[in-house]
Design a protein around this ligand. Structure first.
Ligand code: ADP
Length: 480
């Protein structure tokens, strides 16, 4: 069973909440324990010690008054003795009511010995009253032995209470150290668990998302195969399957585009080439003798046919580039032979216009990663434009050099230049400039757009520096 994003978050936070609660309850429980032990020390042992002191005082006072009474026979002294006796009884009851088991044993012994002492006093008074002879010394010894027994018991009780509170405090210190250790452990474990739970939840969300992201990048590169396969919460799984659907649709569209380009290039190029060949054959006189007038017409037809083929080729190339369907065969290569070839190709036209083409190609030109055919196409367009727009007797200068980690190529002419208002759109398709010569040349307005696509697809840049009446410089750089 796969949990939804909502239930994962709720369960995660619930687990964190329970952990924090467990740690807090443990802390509260320990604090209560400490509180109880401290209270028992303060209320139990301290009070016993206090009562023990008062009991000793009350007993010694009784002994004092009892001795004085037997010497003076003064009744008031005996009353004082009785006063301290009731004090003693009351204090003893109090002590027994709060003493622990061991304390009670000592206090029972105190009561027993006290009763003996009290009994002896009463007996002696009775003997005095009836004026019978008795051994005062024997009674004195017996009373002393009872009193010292009581004092001994009280001393034992005192020792016991002191040891008990000492023991409790030691236990408390140990329990404190234990609690500290356990609390630290619980905090560490809780933090670890909180971290693990958070990581698990986060990962369960980010993993499918990065799979989706990776899939998107592959689609952007034109790879439509495969599905987003990763176990994910239902919400993201739904997103992933919607994504797969979009992907299938894109794949179909891509295929349609590819079919369209191949059909179009075949359907348009084939009849155009046939027309061109036919006109060529007619001009050569294969179809019979051709009059001068017919020849002129056929020449115009041939030129227009040629222009149409160029237009169709440019249109198809640009559409392919815009649709991202142009494939580049990138390999390290030198620009020098490509420039030479483009110059050679344009040679006849340049000669016809008496234009001097000068090529300044640096000898240490590094190799660059290029699709040679496409770069040649870009060079043809730039050099072709330069020759086309430069008036008869002008000059076209080509240069290629290494500059700032790139190879920079420039095509400079002595043509009419480009007005400042045309410069920003010069690389846009179908833009032909506002100068009259452009319209007169009746070209396609696609050449520079194709150049820009080719150069940027190689990771390079292209721009123009020109002023009306000052010639133009088209420059591109390609990284190596
Ligand atoms: P096309 O040459 O087919 O018209 P381009 O895209 O090659 O299309 O050029 C677009 C426009 O840029 C041209 O019509 C022209 O106005 C201007 N242009 C291009 N190259 C030059 C140049 N070397 N000198 C002056 N203008 C130019």
């Amino acid at each position: 069973m796969r949990f939804t994003l909502f239930s994962r978050l709720v369960l995660g936070y619930l687990a964190i909440f329970l952990l924090v609660m467990a740690v807090s309850l443990y802390a509260v429980y320990q604090l209560r324990r400490f509180h109880e032990v401290t209270r028992s020390v303060l209320e139990g042992d301290r009070r016993i010690l206090d009562l023990e002191e008062k009991l000793s005082d009350a007993l010694l006072s009784q002994v004092r008054y009892e001795k004085k009474f037997f010497i003076t026979k003064d009744k008031a002294l005996y009353d004082q003795f009785l006063l301290f006796k009731s004090d003693f009884d009351r204090l003893l009851d109090q002590a027994i009511s709060i003493a622990d088991f061991q304390g009670k044993i000592f206090l029972d012994s105190v009561r027993e010995r006290y009763q003996r002492y009290e009994g002896l006093v009463r007996e002696e008074i009775e003997l005095l009253r009836t004026r019978r002879a008795y051994s005062e010394e024997r009674y004195r010894q017996q009373k002393e032995s009872a009193v010292s027994g009581i004092m001994g018991d009280l001393e034992k009780l005192k020792m016991h209470a002191q040891q008990s509170s000492q023991g409790k405090l030691t236990g408390l210190a140990e329990a404190g150290a234990d609690a500290h250790r356990v609390a630290m452990l619980m905090v560490a474990v809780s933090l670890g668990l909180v971290l693990a739970v958070s990581l698990l939840i986060t990962r369960s969300v980010t993993r499918p998302l990065s799979a989706l992201k990776e899939r998107t990048s592959r689609i952007a590169r034109g790879e439509f195969e495969g599905d987003v396969k990763v176990s994910s919460p239902p919400e993201i799984a739904e997103l992933a399957s919607a994504f797969d659907l979009v992907c299938d649709r894109l794949k179909d569209l891509d295929q349609m585009k590819a079919d369209f380009f191949s059909t179009m290039s075949h359907e348009l190029r084939t009849p155009l080439t046939s027309i061109k060949e036919g006109i060529g054959l007619l001009l050569e006189g294969v179809g019979g003798s051709v009059t001068e007038k017919q020849k002129r017409l056929l020449t115009i037809l041939a030129e227009e046919g040629e222009r149409l083929i160029r237009l169709v080729n440019s249109l198809l190339d640009l559409s392919k580039m815009e649709a991202g369907m142009m494939t580049y065969n990138i390999e390290p290569g030198s620009l020098a032979p490509l420039i030479q070839r483009a110059v050679t190709e344009i040679g006849p036209l340049a000669e016809a216009k008496r234009i001097k083409i000068e090529a300044r190609i640096s000898e240490q030109l590094p190799l660059v990663k290029i699709d040679a055919d496409r770069i040649l196409q870009a060079l043809r367009n730039l050099i072709g434009n330069a020759v086309k727009f430069t008036p008869d007797g002008g000059r076209v200068t080509l240069s290629a050099q290494q500059k700032n980690g790139a190879v920079q190529v420039s095509v400079t002419d002595t043509g009419p230049g480009i007005p400042a208002e045309d410069l920003p759109m010069i690389f846009d398709k179908y833009r032909q400039g506002t100068s009259k010569s452009s319209y007169m040349l009746r070209e396609t307005g696609l050449g520079l757009a194709i150049v820009k696509y080719i150069i940027t697809s190689h990771g390079g840049q292209v721009w123009v520096e020109s002023e009306a009446g000052q010639g133009s410089s088209f420059i591109f750089v390609l990284p190596y």
